[in-house]
Design a protein around this ligand. Structure first.
Ligand code: IVH
Length: 709
């Protein structure tokens, strides 16, 4: 974005500049958090942000509550102050019918209440998603967020403003005409911020954010952290974050928001409000609030039924949990006519979907072994319909989790399945425990092959040490080897590998190349044509590349990118197999853990044997010359460039570094060896200083390049 204020000859007055910065930051935060369409890179945003911080620090009189810098977290609280809602926060009637009848019953009731006859026009509704989070009331006065409160008992909630301020999707200031954003032009509202506006909506946590949070929590627990726990579901994690007394912790819990309604509203004199609920939602969107894109206008019962069906089918693909849909009468005049029964409006109803959590019984706890030998405890369950499918297995993740949740055979447990996340046991219903089953312990032997199972220091998982000798790992190893991105054997999928291993036709990767037509055709459900195709696919896979072959071996920690680097660096398989740890460490991306893993793999005689057999059976790939072996001045070093260098352009500096064997990365991390800093270096310089990374100017870089440093 061009900034006309910067090019002016005289620097702007601090007050003017602060205003400009706030406007720009509000604008970019909206693009980033709400629209998912950032216009500027994060670093650029950070620069503006830091400039504003510095300005506010130097001129405390410029500070204001709606400044983006105020998203920064405040002090720890010992309780939340009560907030009386100006307009009570009502609940909503729920239809649990899973069939179309829920929508039809609602429409029929509305028509009856409104005195409509059969031939009369259809009622217009707004159909929305029912988000599974917690309701929040956001109060804006003259466009600035002044208070955020939970629903509480509907009359009095809790003041959680500090925590809500950390949610990037919630505007601290309405984007009205005075904020130099386009006027909405809707019903005359929007040009100036209303004196009072209360926006209601749901604070929730996305499923991927939830999974990542729990993964982090499990890591902390594995490291021995006390007072840490995993969360049962995104709703609980979101509620916990909103009601977290330490806003620094709340700020680290990634939350999102959708607006769906209003509380108290006082408009500027002379402005007329939208006449429909949908009109208001569009107005809220213009003001900068996220409104779910699935929200639809619907005519009559039929379109509500279709919405319920479509959203039910699309539910798993959404990035967040919904527990139903909500239908609302669109016209505000009709809403008023319909009124309320006790604490529920007559003009709205929630129509639920099958729950994503259910109770069932644990029949057994099995231990499964993965491709890399990871042992995972899995609860075998009495079949239960949850989140739209019948579930009979649910993961317990690892030994610590299974013991912490204290899941025992015979227990009644809560099972959760949402989206395509694997079903999980979230908790035990202790009240229903009528036995004394044993606390789970991980077997010290692989349940499949009997090899020792070991848990490495600081790791959460036990692993079987049997390698591809372990049939469990064998199947997975073969599936991986045959994968499209490895050597690719078309048509050789899970099911077939299962059959081949179970029939003892394939015990290791080399056996694949000994399979003939007769053996394949002897398998159940295998026709002559399929057998022929598979023979051809196996034959075709013999012509491969070194990178695909290395990747296909399934060496722990060696992914596709590392395999490519290894192939490029060494040129020949024998060189990789015989490389010393130090030689491996010269390869880009290979650190001590990866190097050790490669060494261990090729130190096993049976692994080398299988490789030899495959070569003897005709697997070939072009071999090249190893990349220059001489150790260059920057071999194995990672550098980051920031700011403007006096004579070299960035590209020239990068070329020189790479020619000297070094790597240039885009951001500073613990792995950075040097930061090359020119003038106007920004946050990268600060970060490098924090991490104690060596900082070079251009002259010092040149010395390093010439090998004289
Ligand atoms: S409207 C007067 N719309 O469901 C109507 N609620 O009791 C007030 N919810 O606690 C609610 N998505 O947190 C409405 N699109 C939506 C919703 C929604 C989720 C929650 C809300 C409330 C409960 C209904």
């Amino acid at each position: 974005m061009s900034d006309p204020h910067r090019s002016s000859a005289r620097p702007a007055e601090p007050a003017v500049r602060a205003l400009q910065l706030r406007q720009q930051l509000h604008h970019h935060a909206h693009r980033y958090y709400v629209l998912d369409e950032p216009e500027i890179p994060d670093a650029e945003y950070d620069k503006l942000f830091q400039e504003l911080q510095a300005l506010e620090a130097a001129h405390p009189e410029l500070a204001s509550a709606d400044s983006p810098t105020q998203r920064v977290v405040g002090a720890v609280l010992d309780h939340f102050a009560p907030v009386r809602h100006a307009v009570p926060m009502l609940s909503i009637r729920t239809e649990t019918d899973t069939e179309a009848t829920g929508a039809q019953a609602f429409d029929a009731r509305i028509r009856r209440e409104l005195g409509l006859a059969e031939g009369d026009a259809q009622v217009q509704y707004v159909a929305e998603l029912k988000f599974d989070g917690l309701a929040i009331n956001l109060r804006y006065e003259h466009g600035t967020l002044v208070c955020a409160a939970t629903r509480g008992d509907g009359e009095v909630g809790e003041d959680v403003t500090q925590n809500i301020r950390t949610i990037g999707q919630i505007p601290l200031r309405l984007q009205t005409g005075t904020n130099s954003l386009p006027l909405s032009g809707r019903a005359g509202v929007g040009a100036a911020p209303p004196p009072v506006l209360e926006v209601r909506g749901e604070v929730y946590m996305r499923r991927d954010d939830f999974e990542a949070l729990n993964e982090r929590q499990r890591g902390k627990i594995a490291q021995g952290a006390k007072n840490e726990k995993t969360f049962v579901n995104p709703r609980n994690a979101a509620a916990g974050a909103v009601r977290q007394l330490d806003p620094a912790i709340a700020a680290r819990r990634p939350l999102s928001f959708f607006a769906y309604g209003l509380g108290e509203v006082v408009l500027p004199e002379g402005q007329s409000p939208p006449e429909t609920h949908h009109g208001w939602l569009m107005q809220l969107r213009d003001w900068g609030f996220p409104v779910a894109s699935q929200t639809r206008l619907a005519q009559g019962a039929e379109e509500l039924v279709a919405f319920h069906r479509d959203m039910g089918q699309g539910r798993d693909a959404l990035p967040y949990d919904i527990d139903g849909v909500v239908y609302k009468v669109n016209s505000l005049a009709l809403q008023k006519r319909l009124g309320f029964v006790t604490r529920e409006p007559r003009w709205a109803v929630a129509h639920k979907y099958p729950a994503q959590e259910q109770l069932t019984m644990v029949l057994a706890i099995d231990v499964q072994v993965g491709r890399t030998g990871k042992l995972t405890p899995v609860a075998k369950l009495a079949p239960v319909f949850v989140g739209g499918v019948t579930v009979t297995n649910a993961t317990l993740h690892n030994e610590d989790e299974a013991r912490r949740k204290d899941v025992r055979v015979g227990d009644t447990v809560v099972v959760r399945r949402a989206g395509d996340v694997i079903p999980e046991v979230v908790s035990v219903v202790l009240d229903k425990r009528a036995h004394d089953g044993l606390l789970f312990t991980m077997p010290r032997q692989c349940p499949i092959c009997g090899s020792a199972a070991v848990r490495e220091e600081g790791e959460a998982d036990y692993r079987c040490t049997g390698g591809i000798f372990c049939p469990a790992q064998r199947k997975e190893a073969i599936v991986h080897f045959a994968h499209r991105r490895a050597v690719e054997i078309e048509g050789l999928g899970d099911k077939l590998v299962e059959q081949l291993v179970d029939a003892n036709l394939v015990r290791n990767l080399a056996d694949l190349y000994r399979l003939g037509f007769a053996a394949l055709a002897s398998l159940e459900r295998m026709g002559d044509k399929s057998a022929n195709n598979l023979v051809a696919a196996i034959e075709k896979s013999k012509q491969t590349t070194l990178a695909r072959f290395i990747f296909g071996l399934g060496i722990r920690h060696v992914g596709e990118a590392t395999a490519k680097e290894l192939a490029r660096h060494f040129g020949k398989l024998d060189a990789v197999m015989d490389a010393s740890e130090n030689q491996l460490l010269e390869v880009a991306d290979v650190g001590p853990v990866v190097a050790q893993s490669i060494r261990t793999f090729f130190a096993q005689p049976h692994n080398r044997e299988v490789v030899e057999q495959m070569r003897a059976l005709g697997l070939v790939w072009p071999e090249g010359e190893p990349a220059a072996r001489e150790v260059l001045p920057l071999t194995g070093k990672t550098l980051v460039i920031t700011g403007t260098l006096p004579s070299l352009s960035r590209d020239e500096a990068k070329d020189k570094i790479e020619a000297a064997g070094g790597k240039v990365a885009g951001s500073v991390s613990k792995k950075t060896d040097y930061l090359v800093a020119g003038s106007e270096a920004g946050s990268k310089l600060t970060k490098a200083q924090e991490l104690g990374i060596s900082i070079l100017d251009e002259a010092q870089l040149m010395e390093l390049l010439n090998g004289s440093a």
